[in-house]
Structure formats: structure tokens, C-alpha cells
Design a protein around this ligand. Structure first.
Ligand code: ADP
Ligand code: MG
Ligand code: MG
Length: 889
């Protein structure tokens, strides 16, 4: 295998092999953009190293060969004493990953070459500044020395000189700082800072490989569902210098605003600076637009390049660049992260610009982003005390208790508190706390700071750079400009869409996107929100191309009406057990306690009109659309009082010699119905078979409701669904009884009802014998919640709290199978059962109800296996519509 690629050899489609950074550096090189020459070591080399513990045998020679070529091109050798070639060693995996090794700049500098660099540049200070940066970065990231030790030494040097920022240190100061840094390295590692340039480079390369498996990197991968075996590439890139004085500098830019999608000039620039100075918040950056005054030629060239990149990538790009004495260099680009709102706006803008088509626009957004846009926002009309304002870095309205460190954020959130993580600035060590927090607030850093970038990636609310807030993490408090103090535990509210920070809890209101779906805001209105317009267009694209229909899980008219507004094409699951609760619970008790058939019938008689009234409302609100009604499913004991409460009541009554006959009977019933494994017990179709008259009553309520709607000129389309069937015989018995009842009702009301009768497929046996079951079913609805429970043998109510975390940590799942369908196991049963069912009955209607129906990845799977519809909770409907469109596009 070839392990090393020159930048001229790669291209943007080789991300698997060259990582994102390497692939895009190659792409820019081949576009003729000014990229400093270099080469990329492949992820394959990294994989070999990670598996075997040593670099592949051929790697050294290949690196030497590419280094030779680079030296030739540059006309100098790595670390050459009188004129050193310097390089950066940069990590770069397929997916950009905070938490991996930081870049090491200025590799090749040594005691011998530092004066050569000074002479060549005619700048003594610059050379020593570069050298101290090398020892600092190399010491921290390659040799594992605590970075604080260098920071402290630097602070001390500034203090001793009485200056505030590092640019005020002169050559002599930096030279003695270098000596100090070298002492730190020697003391901490027991060896001297390596003077051999090639050794520096090789150690840095190995450190990049190793950084794939740091805890932080692993945590991030889990969070983002990135596979653990991809490995990282390593980029070796010849150095250009932004720290050569005021006509040099470094910056970051976006081709359009990653928060709103608006086109314009967005970015930050820092004069006389190197590498990450610009994002580290150590000095104040200037807005990119100011570069036009500072260096017009470079600014114009950059604008030109940004346009080239946008048209080439057909998407928002983010960019890192450096200017060395008036010459612009491109150091990185990639298709940039963006907020959910910006994703929708950018997708439609690009369609309008003719850069992409509608099908591509659908791929530029996703259901998770849409879900995020449906979060509520702060009520701006409410009285709220603004205590500061920062940069709106990642939208959302977050309320929580102030915490000032990652540890407390995690601890408090574990005990159920909502927290806002407040830091001066964040770094990769804060990742755990950021995950745990509702939102993140920093007092320093811009739109491209660590906090902003990571929060956007996680879809977490973030306000950064709120400079008037003084954050004291040691004292765990924050002070506002007018002297208000926010202590740890005080509630604050932060608005990631406006950058505002409030003391106390601010009430929240629904998002405009929800207002739009609710029909309270119209995309066509002149003053319609740009975001609403974009969402409207994207939803229209999705609805146009999708094959899967989307239904709602809804049990009452109110939910049904909302579902319809959100675009539901019917109800896929109406759970009738919800109609047995509240004051009706007593009737169920009577049913359970009935000693004689007459008592039992009387109890059912009582329930009938109530059920019927519920169905009439439901059919009315879903007029013309299918409504799947599931007959009673849960174990009966769920309708009875808790066994402990009841025992106490009985014991108390006994002690007081009070009347307690009824409670005693109840208690006996509870004992009788008690089951060790209720989920596998007397429930579903088994109830219908064991309690005569129960299902008949429910079927009658459905049929009579449908008949009344029909006679009122409605268009009811009820479908009766039998839960927990394991064999076709169960279904046949229930069907026979149901058909009799329906025929009776049709006769009395003089209508033809066209009710269909189908079953849930939620037991492995049902899935395995789907071909037989289809003989007696008009439709299947896959109950993937129970199917997952029974296929895995997991109790859904228990496992998430008990061992799932361990399973996730060990990588047995990337995600809970209750959240996203397990394609290989549960999914393969669904696929086969669908095929077997259709083999028996080609017109068999197939759907899925349960949590998976609104999960983006699962929706794609259900599309692929050919189901007719998915059913999910009303709020997930837009997400399911969008994902069904994306799956078909
Ligand atoms: P990250 O993955 O954290 O963005 P990079 O490898 O892009 O790390 O390096 C961070 C910064 O270091 C770059 O944005 C750039 O400013 C600087 N840098 C990297 N390589 C070079 C180089 N060859 N010359 C000058 N600056 C560089
Ligand atoms: Mg970095
Ligand atoms: Mg970078």
C-alpha cells in the first residue's frame, strides 16, 4: 500500500484515506489556490500503527522520499541551520474531531537553526517566538507535559516585564523564555527537548496516531456516533508565518454566516499571530471586514478564493488562512458546520443560485435539525433582566443553574438539575460538562471559538464572548458590569439566537417553525420569517418525493387535530387503554371483580357508550383518513391500585374495625392477577381470549361510532388492530367474533362499514410466521418497541437504567436499539415478515408504530424495506415527513 500522498496527489473525495483536512488541502492545491506544499500520511498507516503498536515498515522510507521532494521544492532542508525548512504536523480524521491532538507548528527549529531563521527573516524576535511556541506545543501535545507549566512561565515573563500581551515581549525575553521552557521539558520528562528535526517530526507523527485513542476523542466519537476504527491521517505542511510583524497575521472565515445562512463577510482576523491565537481568545481579534483596511490586496484575493470555494463545493465552507508579509496562504477549508436554521436557509439559497437541485437540498438538512428548530424560545415580551450580551453562537433558549466547571456540571445534571456551564473560555477538557449542560456561556472568544464550534456541533445553546461578564471560575461566580453577582446555583437564562444573558428564569414560547406547522404563521405572508419560508419549501420538496406515508400515534381528538395540522395522513396507533383511566378506572375494577356473567356484562355495558363517544370524536377529527384502533393491550393489573397501597389500606381498616370488604376483594384480585413478568403475561390478544365480551365491546364501540359518523355524512376509516398476536389461530378466533359484531351493527344501522382488521407484529413468532398470519390479517403494524424487547430479551422499563450505559461504553451498541432500530436483528425480522406477509397477500398494508417511527435513521430503514407508512407522536411528524423525503430523494 501507498502510505504517503503529496498534496498534489489527493482530492476531496479521498477523506477516508487522507482525512478531511488532507483531502481538502489536496483539493485546494489542485484548484491552484495558494497552499503551502506538504504531504499526508494515510489513515491506513494509522490503522496499522494502532493495531500493531508500530508504524508500518514501509512508512519511514516513504516519508523520507516525500520529505526529500518537499525540501527540493522549498530549496532548503528540514531544520537546516542557516535556513531551516519548518513544517507543521497536523492531525486530520475523516470527521473533524475536537479532542484529538493539537497541531504542532514550527517543527525543525532547534538551538542550531533558530539563528538561521532569525537571519533569513531579518527578525530576531520572530525566530525566538517561533521556537518558544514549538517547545510549548511539542512539550504539551507530544511529550505530555502539563500545559499550565508553560502558560505560567509565559505569564511570569509578562508580569516581570510589566506587559499585558505576548507581542510586547522582545527577542531577549523570548530567548530566556525558551531556556525556561527547555528546563521545564527536561524536568518533567527526564530528557532534553529533541534537537534533531527528523526526530521531532517522527515523534509528532506518532503522537497524532496515539491521539486517536485519548479519552476525549473516544467520548466525542461516542457522542457523534463516529466509528472507533477509522484512524486519523497526519498532514505535514511547510510553515508560513503570520507572526512576522504587523503585515502578517492569521484568520478564520466562513463563506456565509453559519448562524443564519446569510451571505456576507464573516470571520475573525488577528495581526502578527500564529496558529490558534485567533481562536484561543488570548488577544482581541478584529472582524474579517477590517482586513480590507489592513491589507486590501490579500483581502480581495481572499474574497475571490472564497467565491471559488463556494461554487466548487456548492456549499458553505469554512476557511483558515495566514498572511505572511502580505502574501495570502490557505491552510484549511471544509464544508462548514452550521446551525439548524442556517442549514435550511442555505439549502434553499443554493437552490435559488442554481448550485444544487431540490433532491440535493433535501440531503443538506436532516430531521435532527428540524427537531431542533421546533424547540421553544424565550418570551421576549416577558419581563427579563438582561445582565449581559455576547455572541449568538448556537441557537436555543436554555435555562439552568449556573455552574463554573465541568465536574459540577456533570455532577448536578446527574442528580436531575438543569445547568448552564459558564467558563471564561472552553477547551476540550470541558467536553463532559458541555454535554451535561443545557447551555454554555463564555466571556471570551468569537463565533469560531471552541465553545461556539463544539456547541453548534452538538446542537446545544451557546452564547460566547460575553465580555462584560466577569467570570471567576475559582470563586465560582460571575459579576456583571453593574456589579450584580451570579453565584454557583443561581438560575440564569441564555438565548443562543440573540446572545442575550438573563438573570433568573425567562419563560419560553413556541418556535416560529412550530407556529408555522400549527398553521398560526404562513410561509406565504410578506413578513414571514426567512427560516419559516425555507422550512416550508424543504417540506414541500420532501412531501413531493416521499413514498412513505406518515401517521400519528394519537388517542384523543386534540392530539389528532394537531397531528393533522402537522401533516399526519391518519392515525397509526390509537391506544384504547388511555380510555380506561381516570374515573373510568372504577368500571374496569368492576369488570375485573365481577363474579357472574351478569355483573361482567353490566360493567362492559357501562364502558361501551364512553368508548364509543371517544371514537366518534376521533373519527371526526380524522375524517377521510385511516384510524387504526388497537384493542386493549396492557396487563389488567395496571388498572388496579398498587398492591402495597392497597395492603396498607386493608390493614388500617382492619385495625380500626372499619368496613373494607371491597378493598379486600380488590386485594385478592390484585394478588390473583399479579405476574412475575407482566410484559410476557396476560395482555394483548390474550385478554380478549380470556375475558369474554371485552374485545366484542370494544369492536362494537368502534363499529357503532363509525356507523354514526357515516349516518352523519362523515367518512370514518377505522382499522381494528389486535395486539400481541403470536399465532394465526389467536387472530382467527378474535376475527370471527369481531366480524359477527360488525355485521350486527351494520344491520341495525343500515350501513356498510368496510372496517379492516389487522394485527401488530411484535412477537418473534408472529414475525416468523407472518406468511400464515397474513391469511387472517388485512394489515400488519410492526410494534418495534415490543419486538425489540422480545427479540433481545431486554425489558425496556429496566435496561436503560441498569446496564445500557455499560453496553454503550463497551461499544456493543452505538445507540440504544429502542431509539434506532437494530437493523441486523429486529430489522431483519421486519424485512422478512413484510416479504412473507405480502407473499400471502399482495395488498397487505404495512406500517410501523412506536418510537422508531419518528427516528430519522429508522425511517430510512422502513422506507428501504418497503413499508407503506410510519406512525409516530404528533411532534415527530414533520421529522418523519422530512426523513421519508430524504430517503426517497
Ligand atoms: P485544527 O484541526 O485544530 O484546526 P490545524 O491543523 O488546522 O488544527 O492547525 C491549527 C492552526 O495552525 C491553523 O489554522 C493555522 O493557523 C496553523 N497552522 C497549521 N499549519 C500551518 C502551517 N503550515 N503554516 C502556518 N500555520 C499553520
Ligand atoms: Mg485544534
Ligand atoms: Mg484547522
Amino acid at each position: 500500500a501507498k502510505f504517503v500522498y503529496d498534496f498534489t496527489e489527493g482530492n476531496k473525495d479521498l477523506k477516508d484515506l487522507l482525512g478531511g483536512k488532507g483531502a481538502n488541502l489536496a483539493e485546494m492545491t489542485n484548484l491552484g489556490l495558494p497552499v503551502p506544499p506538504g504531504f499526508t500520511i494515510t489513515t491506513e498507516a494509522c490503522k496499522v500503527y494502532l493495531e500493531s503498536g508500530t508504524e508500518p515498515a514501509a512508512l519511514r522510507a516513504e516519508v523520507s522520499q516525500h520529505l526529500d521532494a518537499l525540501e527540493q521544492k522549498m530549496g532548503k532542508k528540514l531544520g537546516q541551520a542557516d535556513d531551516p525548512l519548518l513544517v507543521s504536523v497536523r492531525s486530520g480524521a475523516k470527521f473533524s474531531m475536537p479532542g484529538m491532538m493539537d497541531t504542532v507548528l514550527n517543527i525543525g527549529l532547534s538551538d542550531a537553526s533558530v539563528s538561521g531563521l532569525a537571519a533569513q527573516a531579518g527578525d530576531e524576535r520572530f525566530a525566538w517566538d517561533s521556537y518558544r511556541r514549538l517547545i510549548q506545543m511539542f512539550g504539551k501535545t507530544v511529550l505530555g507535559v502539563d500545559g499550565e507549566l508553560f502558560e505560567e512561565a509565559l505569564e511570569e515573563a509578562k508580569r516581570a516585564k510589566g506587559v499585558r500581551v505576548d507581542v510586547e515581549l522582545d527577542a531577549a525575553d523570548l530567548k530566556s523564555l525558551v531556556a525556561h521552557f527547555k528546563d521545564v521539558v527536561a524536568k518533567e520528562t527526564g530528557r532534553d527537548f529533541p534537537q534533531d528535526p527528523r526526530e521531532q517530526m517522527d515523534l509528532a507523527i506518532r503522537a497524532v496516531f496515539d491521539s486517536w485513542n485519548t479519552d476525549r476523542a473516544k467520548l466525542y466519537r461516542r457522542q457523534e456516533r463516529i466509528p472507533g476504527d477509522l484512524g486519523t491521517a497526519v498532514n505535514v505542511c511547510s510553515m508560513v508565518f503570520g507572526n512576522l510583524g504587523p503585515d502578517s497575521g492569521t484568520g478564520v472565515a466562513f463563506t456565509r454566516d453559519p448562524a443564519s445562512g446569510q451571505q456576507g463577510v464573516y470571520g475573525d482576523y488577528l495581526q502578527n499571530a500564529q496558529g490558534e491565537d485567533v481562536v484561543a481568545g488570548i488577544r482581541n481579534t478584529v472582524p474579517l471586514a477590517d482586513l480590507e483596511q489592513i491589507d486590501k490586496a490579500s483581502y480581495d484575493e481572499l474574497m475571490q478564493i472564497m467565491e471559488t470555494l463556494e461554487t466548487h463545493y456548492k456549499d458553505l465552507c469554512d476557511i483558515e488562512f495566514t498572511i505572511e508579509r502580505g502574501k495570502l496562504w490557505m491552510l484549511q477549508t471544509r464544508v462548514g458546520k452550521r446551525t439548524a436554521g442556517a442549514a435550511f436557509r442555505i439549502a434553499t439559497q443554493l437552490v435559488d443560485q442554481g448550485l444544487i437541485d431540490e433532491a440535493e437540498a433535501l440531503q443538506r438538512v436532516n430531521g435532527a435539525q428540524l427537531a431542533q428548530l421546533m424547540f421553544p424560545r424565550f418570551d421576549l415580551g416577558a419581563k427579563a433582566e438582561t445582565i449581559g450580551r455576547g455572541i449568538a453562537a448556537s441557537p436555543g433558549a436554555a435555562v439552568g443553574k449556573a455552574v463554573f466547571d465541568s465536574y459540577t456540571a456533570v455532577k448536578w445534571s446527574r442528580s436531575g438539575e438543569k445547568v448552564i456551564l459558564i467558563r471564561r473560555e472552553t477547551n476540550p477538557d470541558d467536553l463532559n460538562g458541555m454535554i451535561a449542560a443545557e447551555g454554555i456561556l463564555t466571556s471570551r472568544g468569537g463565533k469560531t471559538s471552541h465553545a461556539a464550534v463544539v456547541a453548534r456541533g452538538m446542537g446545544k445553546t451557546c452564547v460566547c464572548g460575553a465580555e462584560e461578564l466577569e467570570v471567576d471560575t475559582k470563586a465560582r461566580r460571575m459579576t456583571t458590569q453593574d456589579g450584580t453577582v451570579i453565584e454557583e446555583g443561581d438560575v440564569v437564562s441564555i438565548d443562543g439566537s440573540t446572545g442575550k444573558v438573563y438573570a433568573g428564569e425567562v419563560p419560553v414560547v413556541p418556535s416560529p417553525v412550530v407556529e408555522y406547522f400549527e398553521g398560526r404563521m404562513h410561509a406565504g405572508a410578506e413578513d414571514a420569517d426567512e427560516l419559516v419560508k425555507a422550512v416550508h419549501r424543504i417540506m414541500a420538496y420532501a412531501d413531493r418525493v416521499r413514498r412513505l406515508r406518515v401517521r400519528a400515534n394519537a388517542d384523543n381528538a386534540e392530539d389528532a387535530a394537531r397531528a393533522r395540522r402537522f401533516g399526519a395522513q391518519g392515525i397509526g396507533l390509537c391506544r384504547t387503554e388511555h380510555m380506561f383511566l381516570g374515573e373510568r378506572r372504577e368500571m374496569v375494577e368492576r369488570l375485573i371483580l365481577a363474579d357472574t356473567d351478569a355483573d361482567k356484562d353490566a360493567a362492559l355495558e357501562e364502558l361501551l357508550p364512553l368508548q364509543k363517544a371517544d371514537f366518534i370524536e376521533l373519527f371526526e377529527s380524522m375524517d377521510g383518513l385511516p384510524v387504526t384502533v388497537r384493542l386493549l393491550d396492557p396487563p389488567l393489573h395496571e388498572f388496579l391500585p398498587d398492591i402495597t397501597d392497597l395492603s396498607v389500606r386493608v390493614a388500617l381498616a382492619e385495625a380500626r374495625h372499619e368496613k373494607h370488604e371491597n378493598d379486600l376483594r380488590l386485594l385478592q384480585a390484585v394478588h390473583k392477577l399479579h405476574e412475575q413478568n407482566p410484559m410476557l403475561g396476560l395482555r394483548g390478544v390474550r385478554l380478549g381470549l380470556v375475558i369474554p365480551g371485552l374485545f366484542a365491546m370494544q369492536v362494537r364501540a368502534i363499529a357503532e361510532a363509525a356507523a354514526e359518523r357515516k349516518n352523519a355524512k362523515g367518512d370514518p376509516r377505522a382499522e381494528i388492530m389486535i395486539p400481541l398476536v403470536g399465532t394465526v389461530q389467536e387472530l382467527e378466533i378474535v376475527r370471527e367474533e369481531a366480524e359477527q359484531v360488525i355485521a350486527e351493527v351494520e344491520k341495525t344501522h343500515g350501513v356498510e362499514l368496510k372496517l379492516t382488521l389487522g394485527t401488530m407484529i411484535e412477537l418473534p413468532r408472529a414475525a416468523l410466521t407472518a406468511g400464515q398470519i397474513a391469511e387472517s390479517a388485512d394489515f400488519f403494524s410492526f410494534g418495534t418497541n415490543d419486538l425489540t424487547q422480545t427479540v433481545w430479551g431486554f425489558s425496556r422499563d429496566d435496561v436503560e437504567a441498569s446496564f445500557f450505559t455499560a453496553y454503550l461504553e463497551k461499544g456493543i451498541f452505538g445507540v440504544s436499539p429502542f431509539e434506532t432500530i437494530d437493523k441486523d436483528g429486529v430489522g431483519s425480522l421486519v424485512r422478512n415478515a413484510a416479504a412473507a406477509g405480502r407473499a400471502t397477500r399482495p395488498d397487505l398494508k404495512l406500517g410501523v408504530c412506536g418510537e422508531h417511527g419518528g427516528d430519522p435513521e429508522s425511517v430510512h430503514f422502513f422506507h428501504e424495506v418497503g413499508l407503506d407508512y410510519v406512525s409516530c407522536s404528533p411532534f415527530r411528524i414533520p421529522v418523519a415527513r422530512l426523513e421519508a423525503g430524504r430517503a426517497a430523494a
